[in-house]
Structure formats: C-alpha cells, structure tokens
Design a binder for this molecule. Structure first.
Ligand code: OGA
Ligand code: ZN
Ligand code: ZN
Length: 377
C-alpha cells in the first residue's frame, strides 16, 4: 500500500492510499511527530521537540506527496518528511488499526502433548535457541528447558540469557525446599493450589523459572494451567461471573517478619482493547474481600466458578519434574501448583527466579527485529 495524495481539510490532512482507503492526520499531530534531527535526538531516539512548543492551530505552509513520501513545510520554514510506511504504521484512522497478531494460543491439557520444550544446550549455544524458547513462552505461556546441569545457580544464568533478574524479599535466587522455619507455604511440604507468584505486589513478576536439582521425595508432582484459556471458558459459560472478576478489585497481602506488602487488582484484568492482560490469583495470599455488600455473594460465586475451572483436570497439565528440568512460565497468564510431598521420604530441591515482563518482551523484540528503531523518513 502506498500513499498517493492528500486533501486539505480544516485542522488536518486527509491522506489517500493506493487501496482506496483514506486516513486523517491532524496538523498538530504531524508537526509533533517530526522525526528530523532537530526534533529527535539522532542516536538516543528520544524526543527533543517539546509538545508545548507546537501551536494547537498550526497549519502547513505547503504539503505534498511525492514518491511515496509526504513532505510538509511549516510557516517558520521547518520541513518535515514522513514515509508512507511510517504513516501507515502509525495511522489512527479506525480502518488502519492493525489486527493484533494472534501471538497467544490458549490451551487445555491435551493440547500440550508433548509440552513446548527446548534443550538447555540450544539456549546457551546462541540466539536461535533463545528465540525459539521465548516464542514458545509468548505463544503458550509455558516452556520446559530440558537437560540443564543440576549445579545450584544454573537457573539464574539461564534466565539472564533473557535479561537481568527481578528481585524481591525472597532474593534474586530462592530455594524451594521444605524448611523447619518457612516464610512461604512454598517452603513447606503442603499442597499448593494453582496460583500466580507475588500477587501481593503491585507488579507480578512476568516470567518465572523453577529448576529441579534433586527430587527423591514421594509426591510433589507439579501442575500448570492456562489462566487465559480458563478465563475465556468462564466468559463463554458464565458471562456474569466473568464480568464480576474483570471489574472487582481483589486484595492480597503477604506478611513475614521482614516484609508486609499488599496489592489489589481484579483476578482477570483486561487491557484497553478488552483482551486478557493479567491473571492474578493465589488462594494462600487472599486478603479479606471488600466490595459492595450487595455484591459479596456474587463475588464469591464468581470466584468459585473461575477457581473450579483452574483446578479442573481438563485444563490442568500434570507432570513430575526431573532433575535437570526447568519449568518456565508466564506468571501473568499461567498458574502453577504442586501436590503435597513427604519430606521424610527423600529430598526435593528446586531453585527459582524471575524476570519482569517488560524485559522478556524487550528481548523478544530485539531478537525479532534486525531493524533499528524505525524512522518516518
Ligand atoms: C513456588 C512454588 C512449586 C513447587 O515456589 O512459587 O509454587 O513445585 N513452588 O514447589
Ligand atoms: Zn523536525
Ligand atoms: Zn509459586
């Protein structure tokens, strides 16, 4: 698609395109989006042009399309150029809205036979293996790394292939073992129903890694469930419950001798397009629910409906970790859990760490685009 011409209208230019569509661009928007070296720092890619320096009723002195390029001269003599490609990408006309790439595939347990996996060696060897791993994580919210060394600390080096780690009161690298004095249910041998981690912090970690070092104990099998698939199923089966869980903030709190954190967010959070943004749920860290008294029974009913789906065998991937496995998952989408185990029957030792969502997506963008930051001309 190429830009072929423009029509001047009050306050804006209407661009005409080779496929017959038109898109409006306001004069103030165009001036504000000049990417010349006077308006943007040439290597830092940040704006040096101040929005307040652009008059709201600015008008081009001249505007023309030529060779697929829109050229504008402003009253003060400043010249701007915009490529058709850049204008198409940033057009805000509804007919130009880019369909979001279907980059997530919701799953039920039988869809992941076998589950997505990559070899540890592939990820360490180069960026191809790393990219394959990150694409699996983006699409399914889960990927298993197989054949990792069982040296303590291996998981941090693996996660650092993506980005720096997310810290918390549990530290950058934490040991999941049954401890006599524990500051989390995870560090006991009790069962953990499907949950996301660090629900009581305003930002949940994006990616979570659990590396199995030793596993001789009886019990302790793992579970993973796609919260996105369950949320979609809830929306189909029980739209009223879906409405409640996407609009009612739910409080969580974690307390230990050295930490007291709380956060409140809907169990199913949608983005501004109405697509799933984040699941946040942990039975263990739920604080007393607080809402309009008339709506409390509905909230409990909706929570039961959703949590029943999260625990249903139809959606639950069950497996037993083996030493050298690293289960990796999107902690904004996929919930994890484990069965109780008998600590007397043998050792069980996992190590875990986190990477934030921004840094996961940043690494993916960098690996996927050989292009530098796109410029308009
Ligand atoms: C955790 C956790 C699961 C397990 O540490 O966050 O949920 O298998 N552990 O022990
Ligand atoms: Zn400029
Ligand atoms: Zn957990």
């Amino acid at each position: 698609v190429t830009i072929i011409d423009i029509d001047r209208e009050p306050g804006l230019l209407r661009t005409r395109w080779s496929d017959g569509r038109t898109a409006r661009f306001h004069h103030v928007w165009l001036r504000d989006n000049c990417w010349c070296t006077a308006c943007r720092h040439p290597s830092i890619h940040e704006r040096t042009l101040d929005t307040l320096a652009v008059s709201l009723d600015i008008q081009p002195a001249a505007a023309s399309v030529d060779g697929g390029l829109l050229r504008i001269e402003w009253p003060d003599g400043h010249r701007s150029e915009y490529s058709g490609e850049w204008l198409e990408e940033h057009a805000y006309e509804p007919g130009f809205a880019r369909p979001r790439p279907a980059d997530r595939t919701p799953w039920r347990s039988t869809d992941l036979e076998p589950p997505p996996e990559v070899g540890y060696g592939e990820i360490v060897a180069g960026d191809e293996g790393l990219l394959r791993w990150l694409r699996q994580l983006r699409e399914f919210g889960v990927s298993f790394v197989r054949g990792a060394p069982t040296e303590p600390g291996t998981v941090t080096a693996l996660a650092e292939r993506i980005a720096f780690l997310r810290n918390s009161n549990f530290g950058l690298l934490w040991d999941v073992v049954s401890k006599p004095v524990a500051d989390s249910l995870a560090y006991t041998s009790v069962p953990l129903t499907p949950h996301t981690d660090l629900v009581s912090r305003s930002t949940q970690p994006g990616l979570q890694f659990l590396h199995c070092l030793v596993f001789e104990a009886v019990g302790g099998d793992s579970t993973l469930v796609d919260g996105m698939a369950c949320a979609e199923e809830l929306g189909r089966r029980d739209p009223a419950a879906f409405e409640v869980l996407t609009t009612t903030p739910v409080p969580y709190r974690y307390r230990s001798p050295d930490c007291d954190v709380t956060a409140t967010s809907p169990m199913i959070r949608l983005d501004h397009r109405g697509e799933l943004d984040e699941i946040r749920y942990s039975n263990a860290l739920l604080a007393p629910l607080w809402c309009d008294p008339d709506r409390m029974p509905e909230l409990y009913r909706a929570m039961h409906a959703f949590v029943s789906l999260l625990r249903s065998p139809e959606f639950t991937l069950r497996f037993r970790l083996r030493p050298g496995d690293v289960m990796c998952f999107d902690n904004h989408r996929v919930l994890h859990g484990r069965d109780a185990f008998d600590p007397q029957s043998g050792p069980r030792h996992l190590q875990g760490c986190y990477v934030d969502r921004d840094d996961f997506l940043s690494r993916l963008r960098l690996l996927e685009s050989a292009r530098p930051v796109p410029s308009p001309a």
